[in-house]
Every structure is written in C-alpha cells, then in structure tokens.
Ligand binder design. Structure first.
Ligand SMILES: Nc1ncnc2c1ncn2[C@@H]1O[C@H](COP(=O)(O)OP(=O)(O)OP(=O)(O)O)[C@@H](O)[C@H]1O
Length: 238
C-alpha cells in the first residue's frame, strides 16, 4: 500500500506543531433575543484536531462561521496566529478556511476542473493549479472520479472534493461544519486520514459534529461549548 504522505501525495508543511493558531476568547453571539453563544473560549493549536460537539440547533454553524472569520462575534475576540481578526489589518484571514457543507454552485464540472478552478481563484497560474489538483485528487482519493461530473459523485466524494478545493489554497487552519453527516464508512475514513495528515504538517483543525459517537476516533480533543437547549417536551408543556 502506498504511504499517504509519499511523493506527489504529500500535503505541504503549513505551520508549526503546538503553536496556538486559532483562539476564541469570550465569544458571544445573539440573534434577536436568542443568545446562541455565551462566553465561548477555545483554542486550536497547530498539529491538533479539535472536535466541537453539539446537538441540532445548538450553534455549531454559527460558531464555525465565527471561527472561520466569516461572521463577527457580538463580543469577544477571534485571534488567528495571534492577530485579533476583527481589530487588526486582517492579513490572518487568508490562513483560515471553512469547508462548506454543500457545493457553492450546482456543478456539472469534473472533480479535476473544480480543483483547478479553485487553485486559479487563489491566484495560481493554470499550470500550477493543474499540478496541485492532481496532487489533491490523489490525497483525497478521488483519482477514480477525476473526470466525473460532481453531481454523479457520492456524498462522501463531494465532501472530499470540497475539502480538496479548500486545501488548494494552503490554509493553516481548517474549519468544518459536520462533514461526516450522511457519508459512507469509506469516505469517513478518508476524510479522517486527510485531516490527520493536514494536522501532521502543522495545521490546526476545528470540526463541528452533532454526535459525540466516534468523535474520539478522529480528534485529539473534544469541546462542548454550547448552552443546553430546552427539550421539545419542555416547550410543549409551556
Ligand atoms: N442568521 C440568523 N438569524 C437568526 N437566527 C439564527 C441565524 N443563524 C442561526 N440562528 C439561530 O441560532 C441557533 C443556532 O443555529 P446554528 O445553525 O448555528 O445551529 P447548528 O448547531 O448548526 O444547527 P444544526 O445542527 O441544526 O445545523 C438556531 O436557533 C438558529 O435558528
């Protein structure tokens, strides 16, 4: 069996293991009267996979959007590589990337084309983007579907493609919102291996999941920063 980290399959080094890459300090977010996040602190050091566990509607998507620098907190600080992202020059923003939970456009392109376009969107010349796409097809175990339209791929292959399309920009921190939902065991294993390899290069991973089941099998640390929601029977009885 080929090593996941040999030759063309290798992800580049992105950081230094152990250094805190991303920190949330006292983060608060409220929508109307609903306080979704209340004084959330968490840290993602280089080389670590941090799992965030929360049930439906607890605030995972909100937290991941804040961690990826897409949504400002109402209070508290997002620090990326030491920089306060919303009160600094914002250079750090390029180092963090959210893996979206669905394709940005209904996609008839091949998996290879998606990766090449993603590389070119990051400013790479076409020849470099093509080389990087070939490496990522291999890293993400998508070689067999390289020339297949995205919409013909399985849910798991599409998660791997979205992961590859983010890795093409060589972020140092990856943020994922429930990537394992609805994917098969093969894809679960490959996503886990790619995240593990990314962490081994010094990157940090923050990944939200609904269930704590199996979480210990792929992450180094689990945090549960959410408030308890009233259960359905409580609200029915009011
Ligand atoms: N833009 C918004 N405006 C108003 N309320 C919002 C907004 N975004 C999220 N919410 C509310 O915040 C709460 C948390 O939502 P969020 O999507 O972050 O949770 P989640 O844990 O990702 O949910 P799920 O597991 O169902 O995807 C929900 O009550 C939701 O309705």
């Amino acid at each position: 069996m080929r090593s996941r980290v040999s030759g063309e399959r290798r992800l580049p080094e992105v950081g230094c293991t152990g250094a805190p890459l991303l920190r949330l300090e006292g983060v608060r977010k409220q929508f109307g009267d609903e306080v979704v996040l209340d004084r959330v602190d968490l840290e993602v050091p280089g080389g670590e996979l941090v799992g965030v566990v929360g049930g439906p509607g607890t605030g995972k998507t909100t937290l991941m959007a804040i961690a990826a620098g897409l949504l400002p907190p109402d209070d508290g600080v997002l620090r990326l590589f030491g920089e306060d992202l919303w009160d600094g020059p914002g250079f750090a923003r390029a180092g963090v990337a959210l893996v979206p939970d669905e394709e940005p456009v209904a996609d008839r392109r091949s998996c290879r084309d998606v990766l090449v376009c993603a590389g070119m969107r990051h400013g790479l010349p076409r020849s470099v983007a093509e080389r990087r796409a070939t490496t990522l097809l291999s890293v993400c175990e998508l070689v067999d579907v390289a020339d297949v339209p995205v919409w013909e791929c399985t849910a798991g292959q599409r998660v791997l493609l979205r992961l590859g399309a983010v890795l093409v920009g060589e972020p140092r921190v990856l943020v994922l919102d429930d990537p394992f939902a609805g994917i098969d065991a093969w894809a679960f294993g490959v996503v886990r291996a790619v995240l593990r390899e990314f962490a081994a290069t010094g990157g940090g991973v923050l990944c939200a999941v609904r269930s704590s089941e199996r979480v210990a099998s792929w992450c180094d640390r689990v945090v549960e920063p959410f408030r308890e929601l009233p259960c359905a029977s409580d609200s029915n009885s009011r």
